[in-house]
Write a protein that binds this ligand. Structure first.
Ligand code: PCA
Length: 224
């Protein structure tokens, strides 16, 4: 079994022409890194549609094709200033806007009959620590929202729970800030990070997620 990581990013949505998640992820398609044990790991990137349902079909197809041991799904979170590994996916679709297929589900389950929530199986605290150590702003997030990102994250975690691959599969989700060019188009002083910084953040996240199987015990909580 070849050591492989699947990275996913989203197509643009909400009338934007670019999505930093896909820009960053595609820059890492074909990237190979070596673990301290000398194991060579290959990264493959796939673009997901920003549409309820279709996103999960694309993810399923990508996992079947790539056969990864680790999946990191990435999405844009306009307004956030940090790289934010998500802690929890909830079984709820509640669109504040329409997706790219014109759908706006309100208070529907992502998957009927599935549990209310799943926790990420990525070492999110270790990832935040490594990112900060590299000078990149990062924090644990306790909500991935209720739009297509949470939908994909929930679908990923449900698949891992009910259909684990023979070799084992871990995964989770990271939200990233806007790119400077997006923030420049939007009045109001939205925070942004350069593409180079986001790509470096994903490299650090992938390496950490691959190596750390037992997460750190340090706080990533918030008061509200
Ligand atoms: N961000 C949206 C969906 C696609 C993306 O990149 C979200 O946070 O749900």
């Amino acid at each position: 079994m070849k050591p492989r990581v699947l990275l996913t990013g989203f197509e643009p949505f909400d009338r934007d022409s670019i999505n930093p998640s896909w820009e960053a992820v595609r820059a890492l398609d074909g990237w190979r890194f070596e673990t301290p044990a000398g194991e060579g790991v290959e990264v493959q990137a796939r673009r997901m549609p920003c549409a309820f349902g279709a996103a999960l079909q694309s993810l399923d197809a990508a996992i079947d094709e790539v056969q990864p041991q680790l999946v990191l799904a990435i999405g844009q979170a306009g307004g956030r200033s940090e790289i934010t590994p998500e802690r929890v996916a909830i079984n709820l679709d509640d669109g504040r806007i329409c997706d790219n297929a014109g759908c706006q589900p309100i208070d529907l389950p992502v998957i009927e009959g599935a549990p209310a929530a799943y926790f990420s199986t990525l070492p999110i605290k270790a990832m935040v620590r490594e990112l900060r150590a590299a000078g990149i702003p990062a924090a644990v997030s306790n909500s991935a929202g209720t739009f297509v990102c949470n939908h994909l994250f929930f679908g990923l975690m449900h698949r891992i729970a009910v259909r684990p691959l023979a070799h084992g599969l871990r995964g989770g989700f990271i939200h990233i800030p806007l790119l400077p060019e997006q923030a420049a188009r939007l009045p109001g002083g939205l925070p942004s990070l350069s593409l180079d910084t986001i790509v470096e953040a994903l490299r650090i996240s992938v390496r950490t997620a691959w190596q750390v199987r037992q997460d750190l015990r340090e706080t990533g909580g918030t008061l509200n």
